[in-house]
Ligand binder design. Structure first.
Ligand code: PSU
Ligand code: MN
Length: 312
């Protein structure tokens, strides 16, 4: 047992009984949405997962511990503190663990803790990727490296076009990460269901997705998988509406010299600010949509593992 790992009782019991468990990230709470919508959404997503017959495990580093499954009070600490909480990716873990610090985990950070805890399916909004202008800034999210090495499935709505989506797909291909469209052959672009970028793989059902995960990992092919689930049509934003806002946010980041780990949170914040509440409502809707799909995939995956007579 990893001495830094702390798995909530409910989560440990579910894993022990081979019941579906869904990991959730906390950067989306502290850095991705404003108070109090962030707490409301975190609680609503956990409840939705329970209603789907799975157990939620929100992940964070709390006082030097890698936590899978947070109490309401812990969720509230992360939500109230917002950007004052460290954004924790793989690079930041050692410092926080050694100093007893607290951090909100990114997609990469959440994958690490999920895997250590034995959780294979993780639901979020959007993943990190290759930033626009990466040819000079070299800004490539650690999420992509983590996907290449850690065997967790990330269910997301693709990636925001704050990123360079074609380069993000190229990078994932190089790293051997399957990107699977859920009922689509096109990479979804977070607020919009379509990006015009073709995907190599698609599945039509949660069972098909679970079978693919099982095949990959049972064959000894380590590493993550992305299930790209388009935002439901009624919550979609028009590309003509969101794209200029993204351009504006990127331009402001550039003129203020914002780079490194501060860039993504800055862009997320700016887009919410300049779009009024619209982008936030779309964001919340797609996270819930991903949680629902993740629960269905996790149930199917548990079924396969049960038949195979092994624990997840
Ligand atoms: N993209 C979003 N919402 C988010 C993030 C990205 O649409 O909340 C967060 C996730 O936690 C992701 C992180 O893992 O930002 C990526 O940050 P960076 O680009 O610095 O790697
Ligand atoms: Mn970066």
């Amino acid at each position: 047992m990893n001495k830094y790992l702390s798995v909530a009782e409910e989560v440990a019991a579910a894993l022990g009984a081979n019941k579906p468990v869904i990991a959730l990230e906390s950067t989306i709470i502290s850095h991705g949405m404003p108070w109090p919508k962030n707490l409301e959404t975190a609680l609503a997503v956990e409840e939705l997962i329970r209603n789907c017959g799975a157990v939620p495990a929100t992940v964070a580093l709390m006082e030097g511990r890698l936590c899978a499954g947070l109490s309401r009070a812990q969720l509230e600490v992360l939500a109230r503190a917002g950007s004052a909480v460290t954004k924790a990716s793989r690079r930041d873990f050692p410092r926080l663990l050694a100093s007893g610090g607290t951090g909100a985990t990114t997609v990469a950070g959440t994958m690490i803790v999920a895997f250590l805890a034995g959780i294979r399916i993780f639901a979020t909004g959007g993943m990190g990727g290759v930033h626009r202008g990466a040819e000079s800034s070299w800004d490539v999210s650690a999420d992509l490296e983590e996907l290449s090495r850690t065997s967790v499935c990330v269910v997301c709505a693709g990636a925001k076009s704050i990123l360079d989506l074609p380069k993000t797909l190229e990078y994932l291909e190089t790293k051997g990460v399957p990107v699977i469209g859920y009922k689509t052959r096109e990479l979804p672009a977070f607020y919009t269901s379509r990006s015009g970028l073709e995907l190599e793989e698609m599945v039509e059902s949660p069972g098909e997705a679970a079978a693919l995960l099982h095949a990959k990992w049972a064959a000894g092919l380590e590493g993550g998988v992305v299930i790209a689930n388009p935002i439901p049509e009624r919550y979609e934003m028009k590309a003509e509406v969101i794209e200029p806002l993204i351009q504006q946010a990127i331009a402001e980041a550039q003129s203020r010299g914002i780079a490194g780990k501060r860039l993504t949170p800055f862009l997320l914040d700016k887009i919410v600010e300049i779009s009024g509440g619209d982008s936030l409502e779309s964001n919340i809707a797609l996270v819930k949509n991903n949680a629902r799909l993740a629960a269905a995939v996790a149930s199917a995956y548990s079924g396969i593992m049960e038949k195979a007579g092994t624990k997840q």
